[in-house]
Design a protein around this ligand. Structure first.
Ligand code: MN
Length: 426
């Protein structure tokens, strides 16, 4: 029997602990490695991964007309490329298999053959990312950065409310949660100097963002409208756009971010589908002045996703740096995609489109150290009394994301990385 996956009453026969990010209503997709096996496609349920390759070998997806071998791939691209009709059918089938009303199979037998504890597997970068764009879609963040880097009078530049500002980033340095981040070398000015020096960044920062994954190709010369955009958006991940503020400040004019950003970006390993997030659609900020017709959209296109960034230090201190929400973003994902393709630029399966730092109203909702410390002028005080302006070697940043309402919780897991000294890499 087909179950409505978003129904909060649905329960799995797999134990899902209270507060888990991965109830039966989520069923995100990822790529895992177990022992010396080749990478495989999986979903998450409670504290387990479910091996989709094993399920397919046992015929569980036989009637879904899927391409051969798509669950024994090192990335999700081929699976996502099957199209939403089929990826939805796979999620539906997984819900049928994992539902506690399951009658056709003996659950105790099922458990042993396709579930593995998440602690026993390695989650891999789930996508072959062709192109990566980073937008700048939080009005609060753009205003804060504009005030710090230029001046409060011209914080938002004249174009900002007319188009979702963005830049093309480097997909080659996108890494998965758990991978180390190395402090980058670069050129920057020391305070009071006019000539730059070259060396390890002294102002290493995180940016709390999300990114959406493209699930359908467009053609060169084709504009994807805001109306069509959701067909092209497969799902979302957490995204930490590591930033070297000193390098960024020296290099960014007139063409925008470059080496201060392209040394590392960390994503969470689970791609949460737009279907799983569908219960959390909400309205966003009022866009005033009205946008041009090609960026106009109908209905609610924002998402109520609670986000937080946590700092862990080498000596075991742990503090929540910020708590914000995806719904604060001024520009929606359908507008970002419509803008990206409005000149005919093609998008491809596996492309990643990041939101830009998601800040919100209030001191607690600032998604970067740059904003939290006013560019280092107001240090954060840690529990042991020591201060942080920017991030130090050994610091770990953990991003978390979660939708919660009426007994339903859809989580993203985490995007975690520890900063290593530049010397470690050499
Ligand atoms: Mn960014």
């Amino acid at each position: 029997m087909a179950l409505l996956i978003t129904d909060p009453k649905l329960k799995s026969w797999v134990d899902v602990p209270e507060g888990s990010d991965f109830p039966i209503q989520n069923l995100p997709f990822g790529i895992f490695r177990y022992q010396d096996q080749d990478p495989r496609v999986c979903t998450a349920i409670g504290e387990y991964v479910a091996d989709l390759f094993i399920l397919s070998e046992h015929g569980f997806f036989d009637d879904l007309d899927l391409a051969k071998g798509i669950f024994q791939e090192a990335t999700l691209n081929a699976f996502i490329g099957q199209g939403k009709e089929k990826t939805r059918a796979v999620r539906q089938r997984l819900a049928d298999i994992l539902d506690d009303d399951l009658e056709e199979w003996d659950a105790s037998e099922l458990r042993s053959f396709f579930l593995i504890k998440q602690t026993e597997v390695t989650m891999l970068l789930p996508l072959a990312i062709g192109d990566y764009t980073d937008f700048y879609s939080s009005k609060e963040h753009a205003t804060n950065v504009g005030s710090l880097f230029r001046d409060p009078e011209r914080a938002l530049l004249p174009n900002w409310k007319h188009l979702p500002v963005g830049y093309h980033g480097r997909s080659s340095s996108i890494i998965v949660s758990g991978d180390p981040v190395f402090r980058p070398n670069g050129q920057f000015l020391e305070d009071g100097h006019v000539a730059p020096i070259f060396g390890p960044s002294r102002r290493l920062d995180f940016e709390l963002e999300t990114a959406f994954v493209v699930g359908k190709n467009s053609k060169l010369g084709q504009a994807v409208s805001t109306e069509e955009a959701e067909d092209y958006i497969f799902g979302m991940v957490l995204f930490n756009d590591w930033s070297a503020r000193d390098i960024q400040k020296w290099e960014y004019q007139p063409l925008g971010p470059f080496l201060g950003k392209s040394f590392a970006s960390t994503i969470s390993p689970w791609v949460v589908t737009m279907e799983a997030l569908s219960s959390f659609v909400c309205s966003g900020p009022v866009q005033e002045p009205a946008v041009l017709p090609h960026l106009a959209f109908r209905g609610e296109k924002s998402y109520d996703i609670q986000l937080e960034a946590i700092l862990e230090t080498t000596d075991g201190q742990r503090i929540v740096l910020c708590q914000t929400n995806h719904k604060y973003l001024y520009w929606t994902m359908v507008q970002q995609l419509a803008h990206q393709t409005s000149n005919g630029c093609a998008i491809h399966i596996g492309d990643l489109y990041a939101s830009g730092t998601i800040s919100g109203p209030g001191q607690q909702a600032l998604g970067s150290m740059l904003e939290l410390t006013q560019n280092g002028q107001q240090p954060l005080v840690l529990p042991d009394g020591t201060a942080r302006t920017f991030l130090e070697d050994g610091d770990t940043i953990i991003l978390r994301g979660m939708c919660q309402d009426k007994g339903l919780r859809i989580g993203f897991g985490e995007a975690r990385a520890t900063i290593h000294s530049n010397a470690v890499k050499a």
